[in-house]
Ligand binder design. Structure first.
Ligand code: IVH
Length: 716
């Protein structure tokens, strides 16, 4: 990497730029570490090396959420050679929905009652557990022995940190019988506040010593990091490649949840916690059955400051495990638990500027640039201002003193202006009506709160944002095509559309002439080869990733998955979307009937496929990339697998939500309207026209009892 590509002050970086640069710095610093520690042949002076480490540190302090697992700050010297092995969890590690007040909690409880078809005032037993902001880990026990431990990672797959976990004294090596043959136990690794402060002081001291050695021109040794909060300290400590370092850190573990188990060894969460205690895990002593969540919440809020560790809320879990099983999950969170967060911490600072960024759909988003301020555990310099109406409504002006808040890892938000009545206040903020990136008109359509650039394909910001999205991790995941390179190739005129990425090899010789791309040091010569290999590796991708990568508005990863499962192939999807242009057509009805695809999403899709330039870009791309077909769900696993179901009328023993969730779990497609493609119509009481239509089309009709039986519910 050359210095000219790293011109921005850390404060001026966007989140995406920061992520990109942290990745580049991690690689670059690792490279120098290797030369220094293993080959004893440094390429750069200590001062230059230090500059990199400090730059990395400065960015990490501003963007703590972006700190990488392989961050140079959490590595020590020569241990950087290899990373951690990946480890797939047997049951996914999910997250929790949040509640912020009594109404949220009441809605959570009401949803449970509705789902389980309980009376509105039916009692529900909950267990409350303080929510510690540490790192969740997954511990696998086989025949009662601890065999493997991993970080949460993306929830599906984490990093195998077994040796590090073995250094925790709260972790039992063996479980006392009886135990299930196989069980995953989940908990939180954290650092007490006092331990964190002591550890931070130690690190600060070590850093000062290092600075002094530098002054004296002595050998520096490994980089030293100063953690910004207990969570950060725990994360850094747990991700050491040298477990003797983890052993020296004061880490603790509270166990709280069960992942996969060969048999479920308890009937309530309370009994599960008893079992954990019997197995010699530490369960948070404040975990307790509650009758009044609001009261418990108030109690914890007042005791919070006196606790040995930081908590950011309380987790409430439904006690009955059979009910938990029935409720299951929606998206990435269980229906049976919620994290009720404490109110966000607030702080004041000065608004230095308002920046307007252009997103990939042309949306102009204002962002506050502020004097650095410590809030919610980190120092922040940027906050979201949402949109122009928000700025006007709160009358936020440059130079104002503003209140901002940050809850957990949410982006800081500007709450309002503190000194609006001061005499020397500047003029009201005028939102730009032209795109800051391309100068095209930026307009607001109908009742849209968002102002959008009309530059479309000529707007470099949109093109670059779209290309960045296309290459990003959740999308095509092309390694080496991060923000910096996307911008570079775009500026050089080599990449204007996604398909151009797959034509980059035609320009390989030209790229190799560029500074840092093969002309200079030996290490650079592989850069082009590696990049082209990474691109080549993406010529086949899952259909859902491909759809997500197209960057169609409102088609996030979740919707892309729904579409992929429904249409099975890109050819089918392309054809059906074109047919769906006609409102009332079969194809349009079909699109509208996909569970989870609402009318707004349907419109975006149809509009995307109605534009010839989008079809051209798509077809051009399809010359290089093959999206993998999604096979029809197997026909044999359940009577509903791969079939289309419609529910109509009122079910008596099941809520509609539970019935639909069950059908989907059995791999059925649940749709709203009856057509020739419907396989079953489940008819409850007072069924109307849908039952009649089913009869007319000869679609098989099921009673509630028949559905229960076929879906494997016990008889009501
Ligand atoms: S239960 C499906 N219990 O909160 C159940 N999580 O937002 C998911 N956490 O990743 C987790 N204390 O790191 C659970 N007593 C507790 C917890 C807890 C802290 C964290 C955990 C998880 C996150 C979910």
């Amino acid at each position: 990497m050359t210095a000219s590509l790293r011109p921005l002050a850390p404060e001026a970086l966007t989140e995406a730029q920061a992520a990109e640069e942290l990745a580049a710095l991690a690689a670059e610093i690792a490279h120098h570490d290797r030369l220094y520690h293993e080959k004893d042949a440094p390429e750069v002076s200590d001062a230059e090396y230090d500059l990199l480490v400090r730059r990395n540190r400065a960015i990490e302090v501003l963007f703590p959420d972006l700190i990488r697992p392989d961050s140079p700050s959490t590595r020590v010297g020569s241990a950087v050679a290899e990373g951690f092995a990946k480890s797939r969890h047997l049951a996914p590690m999910l997250s929790l929905d949040n509640a912020f007040d009594e109404a949220d909690f009441a809605e959570f409880a009401a949803r449970i009652r509705r789902f389980l078809s309980l009376a509105e005032d039916a009692p529900l037993d909950f267990i409350a557990e303080p929510k510690i902001d540490g790192l969740s880990v997954n511990l696998l026990y086989e025949r009662g022995r601890f065999v493997k431990g991993a970080t949460r990672g993306d929830g599906i797959e984490g990093e195998d940190i077994t040796p590090n976990l073995l250094t925790l004294k709260d972790l039992p090596r063996e479980l006392e019988a009886p135990f299930p043959d196989l069980i995953e136990i989940r908990g939180e690794v954290f650092m007490d506040r006092a331990d964190f402060l002591a550890f931070r002081a130690e690190q600060e001291h070590a850093l000062a010593e290092r600075e002094a050695r530098k002054e004296r021109g002595e050998k520096l040794g490994p980089a030293v990091t100063v953690p910004v909060n207990p969570r950060n300290a725990a994360a850094g400590s747990l991700r050491q490649l040298d477990s003797s370092i983890t052993a020296s850190r004061p880490l603790k573990l509270f166990a709280y949840a069960m992942g996969q188990a060969s048999e479920v060894p308890a009937d309530t969460h309370e009994h599960w916690l008893d079992l954990l205690r019997r197995w010699k895990f530490t369960v948070n002593p404040l975990s307790t059955p509650i009758t009044d969540a609001a009261e418990f919440q108030r109690k914890m809020a007042s005791e919070r400051a006196a606790l040995a560790y930081d908590i950011d809320g309380v987790v409430y879990k439904l006690n009955r495990l059979d009910w938990q099983a029935r409720l299951g999950f929606v998206g990435r969170a269980p229906r049976w638990a919620i994290a009720w967060k404490f109110p966000a911490e607030q702080a004041r600072t000065r608004l230095l500027d308002i920046e307007v960024q252009v997103g990939r759909t042309g949306a102009l988003t204002p962002r506050a640039v502020m004097a650095p301020v410590f809030v919610g555990g980190v120092t922040v310099t940027h906050a979201t201002l949402h949109n122009e109406d928000e700025i006007a409504r709160k009358d936020i002006r440059i130079g104002d003193t503003i209140t901002l808040q940050r809850a957990g890892d949410v982006i800081p938000q500007v709450v309002g202006v503190v000194d609006a009545d001061r005499p020397d206040r500047g003029p009201p903020y005028v939102f730009p009506t032209v795109c800051p990136a391309c100068g095209s008109h930026a307009v607001r359509e109908n009742d849209d709160v968002v102002r959008r650039c009309t530059g479309g394909l000529i707007c470099p910001a949109q093109t670059v944002e779209r290309l960045k999205h296309f290459c990003s991790r959740g999308a095509m995941d092309i390694e080496g095509m991060g923000e910096e390179n996307v911008i570079l190739f775009h500026e050089q005129g080599l990449v204007k559309s996604p398909a151009d990425i797959f034509r980059l090899q035609e320009h390989a010789e030209r790229i190799r002439q560029w500074e840092g791309w093969g002309k200079g040091a030996k290490t650079e010569s592989k850069r082009v080869t590696n990049l082209l290999a990474a691109i080549e590796a993406r010529r086949r991708v899952p259909l859902e990733r491909f759809l997500f990568a197209l960057g169609i508005r409102r088609i996030g990863a979740q919707n892309a998955k729904l579409l992929a499962r429904h249409y099975h192939s890109i050819a089918q999807l392309r054809a059906r979307m074109i047919d769906a242009r006609v409102i009332g057509s079969d194809a349009r009805e079909e699109l509208g009937s996909i569970q989870g695809i609402g009318p707004a999403i349907a419109t975006e899709l149809v509009e995307f496929f109605a534009e010839q330039h989008n079809l051209d870009a798509l077809d051009d791309l399809l010359r290089y990339v093959t999206p993998e077909d999604v096979p029809e769900a197997g026909e044999t696993d359940s009577p509903f697998s791969g079939r289309t179901l419609v529910f109509t009328g009122t079910l008596e023993t099941l809520s509609r939500a539970e019935a639909e969730a069950k059908a989907e779990a059995l791999r059925a497609k649940v749709t709203k309207s009856v057509s020739k493609k419907t396989d079953f119509v489940v008819v409850g009481a007072d069924a109307g026209s849908k039952a009649a239509k089913a009869a007319e089309l000869g679609v098989r009709v099921l009673s509630e009892a028949e559905f229960r039986e076929m879906a494997g519910f016990p008889p009501a």
